[in-house]
Design a protein around this ligand. Structure first.
Ligand code: IFM
Length: 450
């Protein structure tokens, strides 16, 4: 499927790799607070140093050059671009400017995500994503970033996986800011949608020729069996997991049924008159992050009963249960189901024909063994290979897929799992910061050069 314009890339995110949290005028984010709160992150890990990319970015760009990718997807830390007083922070802008220049010098297109979860703490102190004003502050930040880098960065993504920001951050409480309130998750989701729409407008006003996208972790949700009740449960979960984003962003409306289905947890009064028009902006591409699939069944418990029985959850849906994943699992406990990626891409293309789509993240964590002869991560190679083939199958069926980005270039800070889960093509020794390409690095390099 090699064409000149197909993007073969690798992806990372600011808080997961940068470190240097107190340097260059960076203001703290909700993930600094969360990771420094005892009990929130496995092993008490935090992103203070992470992969020390802030100091080692030149080496990391060399690795990308060696890997042979023609695109690199990374995120900006909002709190490096904007200082605590709300003004542009030149030192942070300069850091990313140097990075962009180095990528371009290596023939690598920067694909920049504006928000990959590291909300400035100062905005959380004012309500975070529960506060409508945060969406406007996001647009201000987007304008500053695009004004500074838009002369060299063509590809801009507003949000990464807003589902995680809202439902893991405000519903399940396993991500920053750690709230466990289903109604708050819905409110945060709407404000993230609004931030997306305002962000698209800000990007286009600063850079008319930009290619603008959003990245969602669209869930491949299937009924655990065929009875209509299970299929209906799957539809409910797809609405709260996927259509809550694609509906407003791509169709200008929340999916029919969603507000009724969640009425016990929110009255949705946070949706104001013009919001859906603001959110519904033309996009140039849509990014899909894909890792695994899920099977759901009709469960007679309401969400409230499920929370009482099992504790907080990210799934704001009544009467659904999740079947435990089967088959071989990755170190995240996620199943391996490449055909679900083909299904997801085909389903997307059928619903929004002609909108280019790219696989903005795909990859796997495994417990890599370091041996005297290297890191022989055949399981990761098999996983990526199978998923690239799944993308090819979707393309053969006519889906306009424009790129594939492996997650991740480097082992990094895997959020609530800390450094215990390794997704990288390159191993990072967190004591020495030594980078060691794994077998998957050489394999991917060869695969994308075909
Ligand atoms: O590490 C994350 C990334 O930040 C967002 N998508 C999923 C990855 C693996 O969990």
């Amino acid at each position: 499927m090699q064409t000149d314009s197909f993007r073969w890339g690798a992806a990372t995110a600011s808080y997961q790799i940068e470190g240097a949290v107190r340097e260059g005028g960076r203001q703290p984010s909700i993930w600094d607070t969360f990771s420094h709160t005892p009990g929130r992150v496995a092993g008490g890990d935090n992103g203070d140093v992470a992969c020390d990319h802030y100091h080692r970015w030149e080496r990391d760009v060399e690795l990308l050059g060696d890997l042979g990718v023609n695109a690199y997807r990374f995120s900006l830390a909002w709190g490096r671009i904007i200082d605590a007083a709300g003004r542009p922070n030149q030192a942070g802008i300069d850091f990313y400017s140097r990075l962009v220049d180095a990528l371009l010098a290596h023939g690598i297109a920067p694909v920049v995500t504006l928000y990959h979860w590291d909300l400035p703490q100062i905005l959380d102190d004012a309500g975070g994503w529960l506060n409508r004003d945060t969406a406007h502050r996001f647009a201000d930040y987007a304008a500053v970033a695009v004004a500074a880098l838009g002369d060299r960065v063509h590809d801009w993504t507003t949000l990464n996986e807003p589902w995680c920001s809202s439902f893991l951050g405000y519903g399940a409480g396993v991500h920053a800011p750690g709230h466990t309130n289903p109604g708050q998750a819905l409110r945060a989701a709407h404000h993230l949608n609004l931030a997306h729409g305002l962000g698209v407008l800000a990007i286009r006003s600063e850079c008319a020729g930009a290619s603008v996208s959003v990245v969602c972790n669209l869930h491949a949700i299937f009924g655990a069996s065929d009875p209509p009740a299970d299929l209906a449960a799957a539809e409910r979960v797809r609405r709260i997991g996927n259509d809550i984003w694609t509906g407003p962003m791509l169709d200008g409306q929340y999916p029919a049924g969603l507000m009724d289905e969640t009425a016990a947890y929110s009255d949705w009064s946070f949706v104001q008159d013009d919001d859906l028009g603001t959110i519904h902006q033309p996009l140039d591409a849509f990014g899909v992050n894909f890792y695994s699939s899920s099977q759901v069944f009709a469960d007679n418990r309401t969400l409230t009963q499920r929370i009482a029985d099992d504790g907080p959850t990210c799934w704001v849906a009544d009467n659904v249960g999740f079947r435990a994943p089967g088959g071989p699992l990755t170190a995240m406990g996620w199943n391996i189901d490449p055909s679900a990626l083909t299904w997801l891409l085909e389903d997307f293309a059928a619903r929004w024909p002609g909108l280019p789509v790219f696989v903005s993240e795909n990859g796997a964590a495994f417990d890599d063994a370091v041996t005297p002869t290297g890191i022989h991560d055949q399981a990761r190679i098999d996983y990526i290979d199978a998923h690239i083939q799944a993308v090819e199958a979707a393309m053969a069926a006519g889906v306009p897929v424009t790129g594939y980005f492996v997650w991740s270039l480097l082992d990094n800070f895997e959020w609530a799992f800390g450094f215990s889960r390794r997704f990288g093509l390159v191993r990072v020794d967190y004591d020495t910061q030594q980078r060691t390409p794994k077998d998957s690095f050489a394999w991917y390099k060869q695969r994308i050069s075909r």
